[in-house]
Design a protein around this ligand. Structure first.
Ligand code: HEM
Length: 496
């Protein structure tokens, strides 16, 4: 009784927010499905039910959770330097990612963000276009083997290519996932994500002992060991080489100096630059990054930097294959830029892929790779005139629902890349946020857009894409990342 009285839900401000009817003690916990797909459908159903207000609340026991998907309410949450702490659920990522950029809070996050921002400078990103092209080329060669035949699932092809890209750009290590998808590292990275997501959804796996006793705790730890020993080995080798080489004197500024637009730059002869090199430079410059600090950032890039882009490219491929008039325009754009040439894309080409950029953005509107993300509210905040969120509320920002607001996207389910033409793109700055927004937005968004353009343009130059599923049949599941549950089936026809 004393527990109940202590935890009784007595928050009139919170109860002003509409939401499903709670019951004593459990709140709404009993109504939420532990199954990922069902849970995601519920989230979408609730957001449709309260679409006019753009906000709803849920009680999980005595925990207050509010889903927000109205631009005007999201702005004060994301635009502020106050509510930057991640929601509690991110703790399940800690064993793998430690408290790297994605999961850290407070001062640690501020220092790291400042330190890592230059590593995503466009001059550094130039260096990665070579990696994007090489790996996209491997993917296209593999796709040529299944082209001009029946439908197949394109998701694994894209995912392995994105994995090869992030391994090479983050760690400078060629893992050849596209050639060897059975490697321990590739398997571990795929499995651990599944275990983490399962744990997030199932409250009975939250205590460690139950996760190990009843859940996949041991398997999770085996994956962790594989992943950490791989990254540790790469970091050790790379830092040893870094120490011995002349580039010991190199600073991040030195690396950025003198980069031409179309140059692929190597830190040393024959060795491409990787994010890891930047971290080693920063460490050598006296930023006190320990071995573990470096590892958690590399692991964070590995996690954030490949599933997100793979899902985005896969959904975009489906949408292109399902809208022949869009595809015709894209083919025209590719032909204008490349003619008959087989040359790899350079930075100038990417800038000219204007319609492809609109297409990628529109696909991210309908299928944002991060469909929702959580923040812990650190002090009371007013949302418009009507609602106040109290300190310690968990706010879940829901781009996948926000992006369907008819005030900003009329006929919101229609796939229409023209919405992102410069003349049509004048809307509320928080109405479209696939990469989040404000100070804690995605640090990798330029990298992601470049990668998407290189991979999609490589496909479009060689193939006609024909989608053999309807959008309703794609079964997207929104866990940490929105992905097609059973993949995405397409047919490819070689272009003459
Ligand atoms: C289409 C691709 C991508 C999408 C849609 C995306 C989306 C997002 C979103 C919504 C967040 C905020 C998450 C939160 O607040 O919990 C985020 C954060 C982040 N993303 Fe991305 N991302 C993508 C690709 C990438 C890539 C390629 C990288 C790295 C190479 C990356 C690295 C990060 C990092 C490190 C953070 C944490 C930033 C911070 O808290 O300061 N992302 N991303």
């Amino acid at each position: 009784v004393s527990w109940y009285l202590k935890n009784k839900r007595t928050h009139p401000d919170f109860d002003k927010i509409p939401g499903p009817r709670p019951i004593p003690v459990l709140g709404n916990a009993h109504q939420l499905s532990p199954d990922a797909k069902k849970f995601y459908s519920q989230l979408l159903e609730y957001s449709r039910e309260w679409a006019k207000v753009g906000i709803f609340r849920i009680w999980l026991g005595n925990k207050q959770i509010v889903a927000v998907y109205r631009a005007e309410y999201i702005e004060p949450l994301l635009n502020s330097s106050k509510h930057m702490d991640k929601a509690d659920e991110y703790r399940f990522l800690h064993p793998w990612l430690g408290t790297g950029l994605l999961t850290s809070t407070g001062n640690k996050w501020r220092i790291r963000r400042k330190l890592l921002t230059p590593t995503f400078h466009f001059k550094i990103l130039h260096d990665f276009i070579g990696v994007f092209n090489d790996q996209a080329d491997v993917m296209v060669k593999k796709l040529q083997k299944v082209a001009d035949k029946g439908p197949f699932n394109v998701f694994p092809y894209i995912t392995l290519c994105a994995l090869d890209i992030i391994c090479e750009t983050a760690m400078g290590r060629h893992v050849n996932a596209q050639g060897n998808s059975d490697s321990d590292y590739v398997q571990a990275i795929n499995k651990i994500t599944v275990h983490i997501l399962l744990r997030m959804r199932r409250p009975w796996y939250w205590p460690d002992f139950l996760f190990y006793l009843l859940g996949p705790g041991r398997e999770h730890d085996r994956c962790l060991k594989t992943l950490h020993s791989f990254t540790s080995k790469v970091i050790m080798e790379r830092s040893e080489a870094f120490r011995q080489s002349r580039s010991q004197q190199t600073t991040i500024e030195d690396i950025m100096k003198g980069r031409g637009d179309d140059e692929t730059v190597y830190l040393e002869k024959g060795k491409r630059l990787a994010f890891l090199d930047m971290l080693l430079c920063a460490s050598a410059e006296g930023h006190h990054l320990s071995f573990e600090d470096i590892r958690e950032e590399v692991d964070t890039f590995m996690f954030e930097g490949h599933d997100t882009t793979a899902a985005a490219i896969t959904f975009c491929t489906h949408l292109i294959g399902d809208h022949p008039h869009v595809q015709d325009k894209l083919h025209e754009e590719m032909d204008q830029i490349f003619g008959d040439s087989d040359r790899p894309a350079n930075m100038k080409d990417l800038k000219e892929m204007k319609y492809l950029e609109c297409t990628v953005k529109e696909a991210l509107r309908l299928f944002p790779s991060v469909p929702f993300f959580g923040r812990s509210i650190t002090e009371d905040v007013k949302l418009g005139d009507q609602y106040t969120l109290k300190k310690d509320t968990t706010a879940v920002i829901v781009p996948v629902a926000l992006h369907l607001d008819e005030r900003y996207f009329p006929d919101p389910y229609k796939f229409d890349p023209d919405r992102f033409l410069p003349e049509n793109a004048n809307r509320h700055p928080y109405s479209y946020i696939p990469f989040s927004a404000g100070p804690r937005n995605c640090i990798g968004q330029r990298f992601a857009l470049m990668e998407e353009k290189v991979m999609l343009s490589s496909m479009l130059r060689k193939f006609d894409i024909i989608s053999t599923q309807r959008r309703e049949d794609l079964s997207p599941i929104g866990e940490l990342i929105l992905r097609p549950q059973f993949g995405v089936d397409v047919k490819l026809k070689s272009r003459k």
